[in-house]
Design a protein around this ligand. Structure first.
Ligand SMILES: *[C@@H]1O[C@H](CO)[C@@H](O)[C@H](O)[C@H]1NC(C)=O
Ligand SMILES: *[C@@H]1O[C@H](CO)[C@@H](O)[C@H](O)[C@H]1NC(C)=O
Ligand SMILES: *[C@@H]1O[C@H](CO)[C@@H](O)[C@H](O)[C@H]1NC(C)=O
Ligand SMILES: *[C@@H]1O[C@H](CO)[C@@H](O)[C@H](O)[C@H]1NC(C)=O
Length: 395
């Protein structure tokens, strides 16, 4: 949900639920800059081998992966969207001006001894923030510092005092299972940046599409061994926090569709890898080429819709295998589950690639990343993929 949690009714009558997706756009109206207020707490948080590697438990919630973390003193557990497509950490905060319906109890700062409002300026005002995710979802509140705690392989908790988070008091458009969002991009206020440490910017996850799993940081997040492919992360000045990858081509079965010659073609990044977005998005012109290639293979009867490509079928077997070719020879052969989704009523399957307008970001979403151990290394500017049975990994 790269800061654009557009709620889109993706499959309308067929799949009747709403999807939180993320269109990797910058938050609009973010009003303050805290660079001069950064505490030096992070510089003291060196995680060496004695301290172990930090990690957090995650849980799958229909379309999103939620990360469990504890905030405040005494620690209060929240489950918030694990989002490599945005920067800020925020949670709903009492007393609410307007909070969305949250299943779990809402964080109450008055019960935490470490909660501190940030003063933005010399006038002693609190520091407002506003993040707008795509269409209708937003969070508004004040920036605060709080203790954030996750686990560590040492058995001791990994404690991050004075972490800058948003205390959201007017929030709308999110699902009841979410207490907020944990931003994990490369920006200064993301969780991973505020960790600091001796393995800056290392994290990995393995999404199984069900159950519980972990997100690892530091030494434990290194993805290596047989079958690993890596691709470069490109940094763009307009959106320096995003993990841009460069998609060279997509193969549909044996048909390779190059981006060269299309407006999608780039050498220094054309697609954002985003754990907070469910589906994959391509710009329309290129997207249509991929669709056409799928249409050429599938002989089943089309389900009448123009915005997404769907067929009447009882099985996913009718579809061709899709391979994504990222720069540097990182070829990801995707499982059919990663690229095609069933309607909840049964009998219809759709291509899980959505065509975007050219001004929107292309996104490599979490469904497509299923059953890969995905490792981010911000120092080396690499993302690595290792084909893995993620259910087996977390069992
Ligand atoms: C910053 O670091 C110094 C020296 O380590 C320490 O005395 C001070 O309390 C720290 N300040 C904050 C806000 O953590
Ligand atoms: C909030 O959730 C509760 C329990 O699921 C439900 O009873 C209530 O109607 C919901 N309220 C709103 C405003 O949606
Ligand atoms: C909450 O924020 C929205 C969007 O900016 C605004 O329209 C609304 O008036 C706010 N609600 C309250 C109760 O302040
Ligand atoms: C993956 O692991 C799970 C749990 O161990 C197992 O049930 C499943 O069959 C495995 N899937 C594949 C494709 O090997």
């Amino acid at each position: 949900m790269s800061l654009a949690t557009t709620m889109i009714a993706i499959f309308l009558q067929i799949i009747t639920y709403f999807l939180i997706t993320t269109t990797a756009s910058s938050p609009q109206g973010f009003t303050i800059d805290l660079i001069h207020r950064r505490s030096n707490a992070s510089s003291s948080r060196v995680f060496n081998t004695q301290l172990g590697s930090p990690y957090a438990d995650t849980v799958f919630d229909t379309y999103e992966y939620l990360m469990k973390l504890q905030i405040g003193t005494p620690p209060f557990e929240i489950e918030a969207v694990l989002d490599t497509g945005s920067e800020h950490i925020w949670t709903q905060c009492l007393p609410c001006v307007h909070c969305y319906n949250q299943t779990a109890p809402i964080f109450d700062p008055s019960k935490s001894s470490t909660f501190k409002e940030i003063r933005c300026d010399t006038h002693d005002h609190s520091c407002p923030y506003e993040l707008v995710y795509g269409g209708k979802s937003y969070t508004k509140g004040t920036l605060v510092t709080e203790t954030v705690t996750i686990h560590s392989t040492s058995g001791q908790p990994f404690v991050m005092p004075e972490t800058i988070i948003g205390c959201g008091r007017n929030n709308s458009g999110f699902k009841p299972g979410f207490a907020g969002v944990v931003g994990l991009d490369r920006g200064p206020k993301s969780l991973i940046t505020q960790m600091g440490g001796e393995y800056p910017g290392l994290m990995s996850y393995c999404f199984a599409g069900k159950g519980t799993s972990k997100i690892n940081f530091g030494a434990n997040a290194i993805v290596a061994g047989d079958g690993v492919v890596s691709t470069t992360v490109f940094v763009k000045t307009a959106k320096p926090g995003f993990y841009y990858l460069n998609l060279d081509a997509v193969s549909v079965g044996n048909t390779r569709i190059e981006t060269v010659g299309t407006p999608f073609h780039a050498l220094k990044g054309n697609i954002v890898i985003d754990s907070g977005s469910t589906l994959t998005y391509f710009p329309e012109s290129y997207c249509n080429l991929v669709r056409k290639a799928v249409e050429q293979v599938v002989t089943a009867v089309r389900f009448p819709r123009s915005d997404i490509l769907c067929y009447y079928s009882k099985t996913i077997d009718i579809f061709p295998v899709i391979t994504m070719h990222f720069s540097g020879g990182a070829d990801l052969v995707l499982d059919k589950y990663n690229m095609y989704v069933a309607s909840n009523t049964g009998g219809v399957f759709c291509l899980a690639i959505i065509c975007n307008s050219p001004i929107e970001e292309a996104i490599f979403g979490n469904r497509a990343q299923n059953n890969f151990l995905v490792g981010y290394d911000s120092s080396s500017l690499l993302v690595s993929f290792k084909p893995t049975n993620c259910s087996a990994l977390w069992n």
